[in-house]
Structure formats: structure tokens, C-alpha cells
Design a protein around this ligand. Structure first.
Ligand SMILES: Nc1ncnc2c1ncn2[C@@H]1O[C@H](COP(=O)(O)OP(=O)(O)OP(=O)(O)O)[C@@H](O)[C@H]1O
Ligand SMILES: Nc1ncnc2c1ncn2[C@@H]1O[C@H](COP(=O)(O)OP(=O)(O)OP(=O)(O)O)[C@@H](O)[C@H]1O
Ligand SMILES: [Mg+2]
Ligand SMILES: [Mg+2]
Lengths: 254, 254
């Protein structure tokens, strides 16, 4: 049965989209069946996989509004499908405000797909709004990318409280799959200090794999490809393959 | 009369908070009276200026809800005051959903402060939600920081459309003060390509001053200080002082 994993952090620019695309495609390379849901109206995951925004009816807005017959889109990577985003998603929270089950819309909408995939990843927008609450309610795991910078560190405690609240009120099965350190720059103290601080405070929930700052990761999206296809020899690609191994290792039955 | 400037971009992590703090404090160093409103529930501007979040009644949630008697907080920098943020701000859009003038709350709330300051800067969250719409409705200018990366470039066209919509429907006076290129890294092609692309498409609205990627800018917030106080000799500090000069130059009567 497919496992739903939300990639969340309300702090902006911490590597949510980059992790969704590159962890997703590394698992697909290992022939795991992966579905990615782009749940951010910015649609960065959609364009990072080379797909036009607003180009199909089977998009994440129609998914959560319960409209239409659904076929996820194939991508250039076998074993990796996508439900693309659309700018309509911006209005979803206001439109669905009076719906009785508004927080469970995504969970219900994804139920038919769970048996066709091993993993379903949801890329979230940088906020704690309706879309992110829906993603956390639908998921069994949440993966939290954290940039090795001060503001990202500061926001982590708030995010963990929010995850706890969702676990208590909307989704008792929700567990933290792990905190992922991103954009680590070994040449500066700040990255080392932030890593130390996070490993101390969140012992046991931090991935061993650390994603370094690597220019290939920020070039790949302009070619509409995951870094695995753009430059497999790069440090960025190597580290996301490492992460995929660790991610699978954490899941296999103890 | 004080000019209200919103610092906006729905793309996360592009340097909105860093620009609000460092442009604000550079203008204060030039003895302009500056008020900063932290309108992001993450409260990064608040902590970046060394002030505790949720520590005062005169916060941006009470400002927009119309509660209480207001005195902006003094900061460690003379001529620079702050209306800090609080996590309560997360709920403001749902709470004020039925208020008739919901988009004009901030504009009305800031009116009494306009004659006491030369500039009022509003740091926005990474979204196009109620808070950002309020900030764009209150402002006479909008300054758009853009990271020199692909996703930030991609989102710019959408943002400009949104600004146009606000200008037509809610705030006819709104003008784009300028697009500011941030985290520019001269060693990589991507930064140069993005700069070229933006200067071509948005001719005339891009600041000449470019903010380089500079480690001092990301270290300063952990000391609760603008970069001017943390390391005045740094490239980051120099460039924000340059920006302040250019910002003032654009404003003086032609
Ligand atoms: N390890 C890395 N090294 C270098 N650049 C990176 C790395 N990870 C991400 N980036 C770049 O940094 C920027 C921010 O990353 P990304 O867009 O994935 O973050 P996000 O959390 O999804 O942002 P948002 O909050 O806007 O959704 C992007 O331009 C991306 O290409
Ligand atoms: N020019 C720069 N050089 C190096 N680091 C920078 C620079 N500008 C900002 N930063 C760092 O990059 C991160 C993102 O910047 P910042 O938080 O100001 O962006 P933001 O747009 O306000 O983010 P959000 O969308 O979450 O509000 C921060 O950790 C900040 O310290
Ligand atoms: Mg993203
Ligand atoms: Mg910010």
C-alpha cells in the first residue's frame, strides 16, 4: 500500500520542491512507483519536471475540489507520475471554507491512488494554511527540509508544534519521517552551528544524509529535469540518491 | 508624509525579510524616520531586529484587528521603530473573512502613523493571501526582491499580474518601486542569466544595485542585528547602503 509523505515547512525557500523532485525521481530510479502531487499554486514542482502549468484538467485543484475523471500525468522519468498544480489552487481555501470535511478533501481524493503507487509525495506551499493542513491530514509521514540558516532553524519549533496539533486533532497516524538538512555549506560556521543545534534538539529524527549547496541543483529546474537526469555525477545528485537509500532503509520492517 | 512600501514576493526565501531589515536600517542611518511592520506570522523581521515575538500588545495582529492603543516598539537603531509580529496573525484571514472592508484593514490602521514617519516598510509572508493583499492595498509602492534563481524568475510574471489586479480593483495608487536582484553569485552562470532575463523583460523597473550572496547577511539575524551593526565593512552592508541611496534617489522630485 502506498505511503503518503508530505514535504512541509512554512519557511520559504528551504528546498521543499527540490527535495520532492529529487527524492521522488531517485526512488523512481530504484523502480519504486512514485506519484508526486504539486500542492503549491506556484507550481514549481510541475515546471521543475518539465510540465506546463495549467495544462491539464487532472490537476491538484480539481483533485481537491472533487472535479473530473483523474489520470495522473506521465513524466520523462519512468515510474514517476505527477498531478500538476494550477494557479486556481490559490482560491481553494476560500471556496471550500464552508465544506464540512474541508481538511480531509485531499486524503479522500488520494485514496483511489494509494494501491497503484509505493510512495505519494505532496509538495507544500510555504505557509500553514488550508493547503498545508490538507496535506498533513492526508499524509502518514511528514518530511521537513530545513535550510542551514538561522531563520529556518528558528521556525522549526513552531512547525513541530503545528504537526503535533494536526496529529492530535485531524490525523493521529501522522509521524515525522525526518528532518532533512539542506543547502549545507561546509565552508561557513553558520551551517555547522545550525546542524549541531538541530541534531541536538531533534535527536533521532534528523536524516544522516545532508544535502550540500550545489549549483547543479538550482540549474536543473531550468531544464525541466531532476538533477539525476541533468547531471548524475554532481554532488547534488549523489546526495539525493543517498537520501533515497536512507529513506527506504528507515521504512523496511525493523 | 510617510510613504508606505510593501516588500512582497510569494516565492519563498528570496530575501524579503533581509531587505526589509537592511534597507530600513540603512535609511534610518541616514536619519530618515522609518517604521517596519512585520506582517509575516513567522516573525523573522521581529527576531532579526532582536525583539521577542509575542512580547507586546502593539503587534501587527492587533493593528489589523483594530485592538488596543498603539505604540510602535523602539529598536536598537535610532530612527527605526517596529510593529512586531505574533503567531496570532495566522488566524487573521479566517477571523476577518466576513468584515466588509477586510482588504483595507491595514491601510486604515496605518493612517495615524503616516505623518510620524518618512517611510513605512511592510514585510510580507511568502503567499498571495489576505495578509499580502492587505499590504498591497495599504502601500503606495511595492518593492520586489528576486533571488537570482530559476524558480524566482518564473514566478515574477504571476506576481506582476497580481500587482496589476490589486492596482485595478483595490489600490489605484500602487506603483512598483522596483525589482531588486538578491543572492547574486557572480561565479555562476545562472545568476548572470537570470539578471539578463529580468533586466530585459522588466526594463526600467530593476534597481541598478544588486545584492550579492554574502555570508554576513545570513549571520546577522542570529545576533538580532541588521548587517550595518553586525559588520559594516561587509559587502552585504555596503550594498544595502548603496540600495538606500538609490531608493532615495528614485524618490526625490524629478
Ligand atoms: N542544495 C541546494 N543547492 C543549491 N541550490 C538549491 C539547493 N536546494 C534548492 N536550491 C535552490 O534554492 C531555491 C529554493 O529551493 P526550493 O524552491 O526547492 O525551496 P522551496 O522550499 O520549495 O521554496 P518555496 O518555499 O518557495 O516553495 C531554488 O531556486 C532551488 O533551485
Ligand atoms: N544576499 C544574501 N546573501 C546570503 N544570504 C542571504 C542573503 N539574503 C538573504 N539571505 C539568507 O537567505 C535566507 C532567506 O532570506 P529571507 O528570510 O530574508 O527571505 P524571505 O523572502 O523573507 O523568506 P520567506 O519567504 O520565508 O519570508 C535567510 O536565511 C537569509 O539570512
Ligand atoms: Mg516550493
Ligand atoms: Mg521573510
Amino acid at each position: 500500500m502506498g505511503e503518503i509523505v508530505s514535504i512541509c515547512n512554512q519557511k520559504g525557500g528551504v528546498g521543499k520542491t527540490t527535495t520532492t523532485i529529487n527524492l521522488g525521481s531517485s526512488l523512481a530510479a530504484a523502480e519504486k512507483r512514485v506519484l508526486i502531487v504539486d500542492f503549491d499554486p506556484q507550481a514549481n514542482t510541475t515546471s521543475g519536471l518539465g510540465i506546463q502549468k495549467n495544462s491539464t484538467e487532472s490537476n491538484s485543484y480539481n483533485l481537491v475540489s472533487g472535479i473530473g475523471d483523474f489520470t495522473p500525468q506521465k513524466t520523462a522519468i519512468s515510474f514517476l507520475d505527477l498531478i500538476p498544480s494550477t494557479s486556481d489552487l490559490v482560491g481553494a481555501d476560500i471556496e471550500l471554507i464552508d465544506t464540512p470535511d474541508r481538511e480531509y478533501r485531499l486524503k479522500k481524493a488520494l485514496a483511489p491512488f494509494v494501491e497503484n503507487y509505493d510512495y505519494i509525495f505532496i509538495d507544500c506551499p510555504p505557509s500553514l494554511s488550508f493547503l498545508t493542513v490538507n496535506a498533513l491530514t492526508a499524509a502518514s509521514f511528514v518530511l521537513v527540509p530545513v535550510q542551514c540558516e538561522y531563520y529556518a532553524l528558528e521556525g522549526l519549533a513552531d512547525l513541530m508544534k503545528t504537526i503535533d496539533l494536526i496529529k492530535q486533532s485531524l490525523n493521529p497516524e501522522l509521524q515525522v519521517s525526518g528532518i532533512l538538512l539542506t543547502m549545507f555549506d561546509g565552508r561557513n560556521n553558520l551551517s555547522h552551528e545550525v546542524e549541531m543545534e538541530i541534531r541536538k534538539h531533534f535527536q533521532g529524527t534528523v536524516y544522516e544524509t545532508v544535502i550540500p549547496r550545489n549549483i547543479r541543483l538550482s540549474e536543473a529546474p531550468s531544464h525541466g529535469k531532476p538533477v539525476l537526469l541533468y547531471d548524475i555525477k554532481s554532488k547534488g545528485s549523489e546526495c539525493y540518491l543517498e537520501l533515497a537509500k536512507e529513506f527506504l532503509g528507515r521504512r523496511s520492517p525493523a
